[in-house]
Design a protein around this ligand. Structure first.
Ligand SMILES: Nc1nc2c(c(=O)[nH]1)N[C@H]1C(S)=C(S)[C@@H](COP(=O)(O)O)O[C@H]1N2
Ligand SMILES: [Mo]
Length: 326
């Protein structure tokens, strides 16, 4: 995804390269200027970082037991890549946000459960973690920009949170909202984006066995750049559905207006199911580049999860058509 002045939209990495190269060059020049200072400050900075890591009270919960029902057809992506190549527009519209994302305070972290529920409530993330049974799952992830990864998430089924929330019978959608704090996240000063980042699922999708709330990665608490302390994981959909650092789960009978849909409704819709046969208006979705590889591999229908989720969309093909796949 790439921003030009007053307008945001996504591009394949290939086309985005010229601008990100310029931005990287600027950062490189800045980094070179700062290098001697940083080297001197290194010993001072390190204890602060260690203290921040120790401050995550969930660290003792990990690693959690792997659920072997969710296996992979490909090797896991290198952890170093997964934690340094990120999309998190709150911290910048490029991939190298892992350092600046460390600014995000993740404790205390309160999650609001509201809208069409038995009773609206707020719960601290550590109490929520205690109420849920954590497991590890190996999932594929396919970004709409045509790069992909395969990672071990820790967390709990979204279905368990829906049951915990006790939605009323009329609720049709679950809307998920990310944090908003422009003092922490400089990207949120870009007023042409419809902050906060919002995503949504139908209740049927949210209670499908694949829908997952990620709270950890590679047997450790979720890194901030990957969406600490909790983020959605919907592996059969394009990655932009998997909203990070969620602060509110809202049950509603209206289809939520999602972040990328508001920016470019013809390119990034509500459904966003992976389909190699339906191209993005500006590039092919037939193949993808696994992070860490130079070779492209074919993209699979529903990102390889057709058996688990295709039935969710059977009745919708006639009315929604290609909108199911972008
Ligand atoms: N709040 C928020 N969530 C987000 C995004 C974002 O910019 N902000 N980017 C999305 C996109 S496009 C992708 S591909 C994944 C990337 O997740 P990762 O950095 O853990 O690989 O996060 C998704 N969730
Ligand atoms: Mo993405």
């Amino acid at each position: 995804m790439l921003v030009r002045i007053k307008r945001g939209w996504e591009m394949p990495e290939r086309l985005a390269t010229p601008e990100s190269v310029n931005a990287d060059r600027r950062r490189l020049v800045q980094a070179m200027a700062l290098a001697p200072l940083l080297a001197a400050a290194g010993p001072l900075l390190r204890p602060a970082r260690a203290a921040a890591e120790e401050a995550d009270p969930s660290r003792l919960l990990y690693p959690v037991k792997r659920n072997d029902a969710f296996a992979l057809d490909r090797p896991l992506t290198d952890e170093q890549l997964v934690t340094t190549y990120n999309n998190f527009y709150e911290f910048g519209s490029h991939k190298r946000i892992s350092q600046i994302a460390q600014r995000l305070p993740i404790r205390p972290w309160t999650v609001r459960i509201d809208g069409m529920v038995e009773q609206e409530r707020e719960i601290g993330v550590d109490d929520l973690l205690k109420a849920m049974s954590l497991e590890e799952r190996l999932y594929r992830h396919r970004c709409v920009e045509a790069w992909s990864m395969a990672v071990p998430w820790s967390g709990f089924p979204l279905k368990a949170l829906v049951e915990f929330a006790q939605p009323s019978a009329g609720a049709k959608y679950l809307k998920m909202t990310s944090f908003q704090d422009e003092d922490v996240a400089p990207g949120q000063k870009a007023v042409w984006y419809p902050w906060p980042y919002v995503e949504g699922l139908t209740i049927e999708e949210a209670t499908n066995e694949l829908a997952f709330i990620g709270t950890g990665l590679y047997g450790k608490p979720m890194p901030k750049q990957n969406g600490a302390p909790l983020r959605l994981v919907t592996p059969w959909k394009y990655g932009f559905k998997s909203v990070k650092s969620v602060v509110a789960f809202t049950f509603t009978d209206e289809m939520p207006k999602t972040f990328w849909w508001e920016i470019a409704p013809d390119e990034y819709g509500f459904w966003a199911n992976v389909n190699p046969k339906v191209d993005h208006p500006r590039w092919s979705q037939a193949s993808e580049r696994p992070l860490g590889s130079d070779e492209r591999v074919p993209t699979l229908p529903f990102n390889g999860y057709e058996a688990q989720v295709a039935h969710l969309y059977k009745g919708l093909e006639a009315s929604e058509g290609d909108r199911l796949y972008r």
